[in-house]
Design a binder for this molecule. Structure first.
Ligand code: AMP
Length: 213
């Protein structure tokens, strides 16, 4: 399947993407994970992105489009992909449309995952992420077996720097201002499917039914 997953930070895009990739061999493409990897590796891209990310601001569209143009041409995208955290602005969505036409790629659908703000705030403050393999945990609902250690790879499972309360409020405000308008954008394109749900299983089942899996 070739999908865009839209939704506020903490709506569960990453978790849903991981469950869906197991179904048909499509790959999860998370621009956030790519950027965090670049910051950790200390590349030029990472150095440029670091400050924006720490503040909870969006990284400039030009950097993101450079990443995506390369990523979508990698062979593992042939079986399908789930875009998680991209596009995040109207200019990114417009540039993606041009890029897809150039690469001859046709999207199946844009899924908007709709979760109440109080659930999102609680989830993000209690989320822990493995810095090595990006596995996601939650100290309340899905803790690691050993505190701070990823069950899957043994890497450090920590609270992200942009998941402090102040950074989260800023990210949510940025989402409302810059990313939420994409819902209208894709509705006009006739591509949008909205799913209201706090359970990732419910969301995954709704997506499976919508794409005919
Ligand atoms: P995420 O893991 O998707 O919440 O992304 C973490 C951070 O990476 C965001 O707060 C932004 O600073 C940056 N980022 C990720 N994806 C994008 C994007 N498509 N456009 C701009 N900035 C992004």
């Amino acid at each position: 399947m070739k999908l865009i997953l839209l939704g506020a930070p903490g709506a569960g895009k990453g978790t849903v993407a991981k469950l869906l990739t197991a179904l048909d061999g499509s790959v999860q493409i998370s621009t956030g994970d790519i950027l965090r990897g670049a910051v950790q590796a200390g590349t030029e891209l990472g150095k440029e992105a670091d400050g924006y990310m720490k503040r909870g601001d969006l990284v400039p569209d030009s950097l993101i489009m450079g990443i995506m143009e390369k990523r979508l041409q990698e062979p593992d995208c042939q079986k399908g992909f789930l875009l998680d955290g991209f596009p995040r602005t109207i200019p990114q969505a417009e540039a993606l449309k041009v890029l897809m036409a150039k690469l001859g790629i046709k999207l199946d659908m844009v899924v908007s995952i709709d979760v109440p703000r109080d659930v999102i705030l609680d989830r993000l403050c209690t989320r822990r992420t493995c810095t090595q393999c990006s596995a996601i945990y939650n100290v309340k609902s899905n803790p690691t077996k050993v505190a701070g250690v990823c069950d899957k790879c043994g890497g450090p499972a920590i609270q992200r720097e942009d998941e402090t309360e102040a950074a989260i409020s800023h990210r949510l405000a940025t989402y409302n201002e810059k990313t939420a308008p994409l819902i209208g954008f894709y509705e006009k394109e006739g591509m949008l499917k909205s799913i209201v749900g706090t359970s990732s299983d419910v969301v995954v089942n709704a997506i499976k039914a919508a794409v005919g899996l």
